[in-house]
Design a protein around this ligand. Structure first.
Ligand code: ASP
Ligand code: MG
Length: 436
């Protein structure tokens, strides 16, 4: 059994739903995980904004606009009168339900219920469409098995047991459809796995059923070894280790949502990234195998700020780094890169909301300087320290570019450079030329 996840744009119109239906019908008795149709979650979030502000009119307007869109999708999607009616009745009942929230107290509990409707609608529409095509598609309600605990972490035992039960209750199915993103929390209320969380659902479901493979279908052209908008002649990346995918995910490459790597990695289930627009292309396979001595990709992250703190007190002192890090922590600002010397430490951050407070507090411990508009360039591949030659090749490629920080040895899979934002394109091209 495989798990196939399709994102919002892949199910974003009647035509796209038909295309996905065709794909999943051919692929066998699998579990299909869907996001909401693109734009829907944003509209639902907008509605909750109006409801928090007690603006019933704003909420009703947005609900009406969304309903009009769905009426159109339904008119285009189904052939038979019965299917059209069933879909319309269902979707209208949801929008009527949304309207009832204008009359009651509005809290986070109601907010989560509203935001969950997008996936409930997209999956019901898909199941109905497949049934109209004569496919025995069975809906598995994610709210019956997807669960997070008190800390917001997935309750994997619960998920495994309850998913097993819902699967067993529908043995006659040709395939299963379920909602990404939505879940129940420890209080049994409707909740979600955060924006973009459908990939996470797919990964958790794959791990829970011990799937043969987890497929993440999007409509972006597969993953490349560098940014094709900047570098000419980039190559598709056919394979990544989970750790390499994690590095690239954090460094802005549009691949897997970083949270969804862990469950698949631990359950040792391969993840394949595929393109809905080009379904026969091999895509990118992510698993626990590394390819010895291979550099996979270069990625960049913009709008980085570097902060340096220099202090003679750091010399031979202990506890200095802890005090520095505590300042960042107290402003909930995470540090991306870090480089140390015996008398100074440089760090990079991308969230500058509390930059002035952080700098102010750091000045207690040393001399502080800040570089704005920097960019992290991250080279990902088998960078095990015992391999020789790769660090020097990467460094050599940067020979004409001013490098503010270098980080190597944090993991076996990357070396990162911090450069000026204006040098990003030059750096990406230079690395591409020397590494691939
Ligand atoms: N529909 C949700 C969102 O837009 C979840 C997802 O698409 O992954 O964030
Ligand atoms: Mg999405």
């Amino acid at each position: 059994m495989k798990v196939l996840k399709f994102g919002g744009t892949s199910v974003g119109s009647a035509q796209r739903i038909q295309h996905v239906a065709d794909l999943v019908t051919k692929s066998g008795r699998n579990i299909v995980v869907l996001s909401a149709m693109s734009g829907t979650t944003n509209s639902l979030v907008e509605i909750t904004g109006y409801l928090y502000n007690k603006n019933a009119e704003g909420a009703k307007d947005t609900i009406a606009r969304l309903q009009a869109k769905y009426d159109q999708h339904i008119a285009q999607l189904y052939k038979t009168k019965e299917a059209k009616k069933e879909a319309t009745d269902y979707v209208h009942s949801i929008f009527e339900y949304l309207e009832t929230f204008t009359k009651q107290l509005f809290t986070q509990v109601e907010e989560k219920i509203i935001v969950a409707q997008g996936e409930l609608i997209s999956t019901r529409m898909m199941a109905l469409y497949l049934q109209e095509q004569g496919v025995k598609a069975v809906l598995l309600p994610a709210l019956d098995f997807m669960k997070i605990d008190m800390r917001g972490e997935p309750d994997t035992d619960y998920i495994r047991e309850h998913l097993q039960a819902v699967l067993e209750s529908a043995p006659e199915a040709d395939l299963y459809i379920t909602q990404g993103f939505i879940c129940r929390n420890a209080h049994d209320e409707v909740d979600n796995l955060q924006r973009g969380g459908s990939d996470y659902s797919a990964s958790l479901i794959g791990a829970a059923v011990g799937a043969e493979e987890i497929q993440i279908w999007t409509d972006i052209d597969g993953m490349h070894n560098n940014d094709p908008r900047i570098v000419e002649g980039t190559q598709p990346v056919r394979h990544l280790h989970f750790e390499e995918a994690a590095e690239l995910g954090y460094f802005g490459a549009k691949i897997l949502h970083p949270t969804c790597i862990q469950p698949a990695k631990f359950a040792n289930i391969p993840v394949r990234l595929l393109n809905t627009m080009d379904p026969s292309a091999p895509g990118t396979l992510i698993n626990n195998e590394s390819e010895h001595g291979t550099i996979k990709a270069v990625a960049a992250k913009d709008n980085i700020t570097a902060i340096k703190i220099k202090s003679s007190r750091m010399l031979l002192a202990h506890g200095f780094l802890r005090r520095v890090f505590e300042i960042f922590e107290s402003y909930q600002t995470s540090i991306d890169m870090i480089c140390t010397s015996e008398v100074g430490v440089s760090m990079s951050i991308d969230d500058t909301r509390h930059l002035s407070e952080i700098v102010h507090d750091l000045k207690r411990y040393g001399t502080v300087s800040v570089d704005l508009d920097m960019c992290i360039i991250c080279v990902v591949g088998d960078m095990d320290w015992e391999n020789v030659g790769f660090e020097s090749r990467a460094m050599d490629a940067m020979r004409d570019i001013p490098v503010r920080m270098v980080s190597f040895g944090g993991s076996n899979y990357n070396i990162s450079f911090l450069v000026k934002g204006e040098d990003k394109e030059r750096a990406l091209r230079a690395l591409s030329k020397s590494l691939f």
